[in-house]
Design a protein around this ligand. Structure first.
Ligand SMILES: Nc1ncnc2c1ncn2[C@@H]1O[C@H](COP(=O)(O)OP(=O)(O)OP(=O)(O)O)[C@@H](O)[C@H]1O
Ligand SMILES: [Mg+2]
Length: 456
């Protein structure tokens, strides 16, 4: 816009300056031509002849649209239609600007006008002045200036408006793309970009992106099918295997055989657990569950989870506390959020110290949030990002059971709910917070009842 304004100003300025210079030159050229004519007269017919010619011309112009004046070397007027040489310019040659009284005396049309004239020194020191009334030319210039200013103003205004509308429109279309992209990134692969049918580059982009999404969706559906099939196909025989061993355990065995069978059941349990975790993560990441989102109470969910983990905490003499002064309603998948919370609480107990403390905090404001704090060893800042990846365990000596999927599910659930997942230092210990986005008003009213649960 600034560039456009500057070029408009330069263009209009140029038009003005060029037209003024052209008009000025024209006046000067006619004056010079006339003077040349007079000089010729003077050479041919002497001062007397020149005086006659000038007297004639002056008589023809009583309104002083053209100005003539001839004075002899002592400054006495010999002929002309003005009564004195312009003041202050008496000795000068060249162009002078001055005011004249125009119109015919006794008429009402007498007015004061601006004039341009050229003084010329003849050979015998007589001086000649030839000029023009330039009032009308100057008023044309003023009109031109006005017109250009108004025109330029309108042009810049329209340009500004056009630029604004254009950029609004562009940004609007970009916003559409951004909005759709955000929704797709949260897992809603069914989302498509709008093709407005105008055939411009944005529509082209939308069409290409849509084609790409179709492909991705097909690929994902295929992958999911394979994963589901594998998981299903392996889970069923695994479960069967497990129950057969359990049946076998009911019979008579040597102590050695019994121990082996029991270890096999544990392994089978761990495998089943892993399969379930992989399937849960895959489901959360596919974003399919968003369709089944329902409002649920964060407090009630947290109550159930902490209750479930009380015995485990008790085993390690860990005090597991739920702090939920106000309930918070969240629209989401209760089962998955509960699973995520369970994984975090499980970690807090598993990696926490004996006689330690684990707090589950349900917040309502500013947005619903779950904050879990333990006072165990915590995770060093540089490893927090990695801890969220699949199959990543930071526990180098592998002294605790697990396969590094717990926090991956937590991350996937957070993504699915557009919640912010943060790992912090609780000094000592780990603080994990899952902050949900602002919720639209949902059914149940939050009550202010204090709820503290402990298991020490
Ligand atoms: N509260 C915690 N304190 C200290 N370290 C933790 C804590 N929570 C997680 N970690 C570290 O992060 C790693 C990843 O945790 P994650 O829950 O993903 O896997 P896991 O607990 O090892 O296995 P799984 O949860 O699948 O049984 C853990 O191996 C552990 O080293
Ligand atoms: Mg874990």
């Amino acid at each position: 816009m600034a560039l456009f304004c500057v070029s408009a100003a330069v263009l209009f300025g140029f038009i003005y300056v060029a037209s003024v210079a052209y008009m000025e030159r024209q006046t000067e050229e006619t004056i010079t031509a006339e003077i040349t004519g007079f000089v010729d007269q003077y050479r041919l017919r002497g001062l007397g002849g020149l005086r006659n010619t000038i007297a004639q011309r002056a008589a023809a112009r009583p309104d002083r649209a053209s100005i003539y004046l001839l004075v002899d070397r002592s400054g006495r007027i010999m002929a002309g239609n003005i009564d004195r040489w312009p003041e202050g310019q008496e000795t000068k040659e060249g162009y002078v600007r001055f005011m004249i009284e125009t119109g015919i005396e006794g008429d009402n049309s007498v007015a004061s006008h601006r004039a341009l004239a050229r003084g010329f020194l003849l050979e015998n020191n007589a001086r000649l002045l030839v000029g023009r009334d330039i009032e009308s030319r100057l008023s044309i210039q003023a009109t031109l200036l006005n017109t250009l200013m108004i025109g330029g103003g309108v042009m810049i205004l329209l340009g500004l408006l056009g630029g604004l509308v254009m950029s609004r429109w562009m940004l609007g279309r970009l916003d559409d793309v951004n909005r759709a992209t955000t929704r797709i990134m949260t897992g809603d692969l069914t989302q498509r970009f709008v093709d407005k049918g105008s055939g411009d580059e944005f529509d082209e982009l939308a069409r290409n992106l849509n084609r790409m999404l179709d492909r991705i969706e097909r690929l994902l559906a295929g992958m999911r099918q394979v994963t589901d099939n594998v998981a299903h196909d392996l889970r069923t025989p695994l479960n069967r295997l497990r129950s057969r061993i359990e049946v076998a355990l009911m019979g008579e065995q040597s102590d050695e055989a019994r121990e082996l069978l029991e270890a096999t059941v544990r392994d089978a349990d761990s495998l089943i657990h892993t399969f379930n975790a992989i399937l849960s993560i895959a489901r959360a990441e596919s974003g399919e569950q968003q369709a089944e989102f329902e409002p649920f109470s964060l407090r009630e969910m947290a109550q159930d989870v902490t209750e479930l983990y009380e015995p485990l905490a008790e085993e390690k003499s860990i005090e597991l506390r739920l702090k939920a002064p106000r309930d918070a309603m969240v629209v989401g998948n209760r089962h998955l959020v509960a699973q995520a919370l369970a994984n975090v609480v499980d970690n807090a107990i598993k990696y926490g110290v004996e006689n330690g403390h684990v707090t589950v905090d349900v917040r309502e404001r500013p947005t619903p949030a779950l904050i879990i704090v333990d006072d165990g060893p915590g995770i060093p800042a540089e490893m927090r990002e990695r801890a969220l990846e699949r199959f990543v365990r930071l526990d180098m000596e592998r002294s605790t059971p697990g396969n590094g999927l717990g926090l991956s599910l937590v991350a996937a659930v957070a993504r699915l709910h557009e919640a912010k997942l943060e790992l912090d230092d609780a000094k000592p210990g780990l603080k994990i917070s899952m902050t949900f986005p602002p919720q639209r008003r949902v059914g149940r009213q939050a009550s202010g009842r204090q709820e503290v649960r402990s298991a020490a």
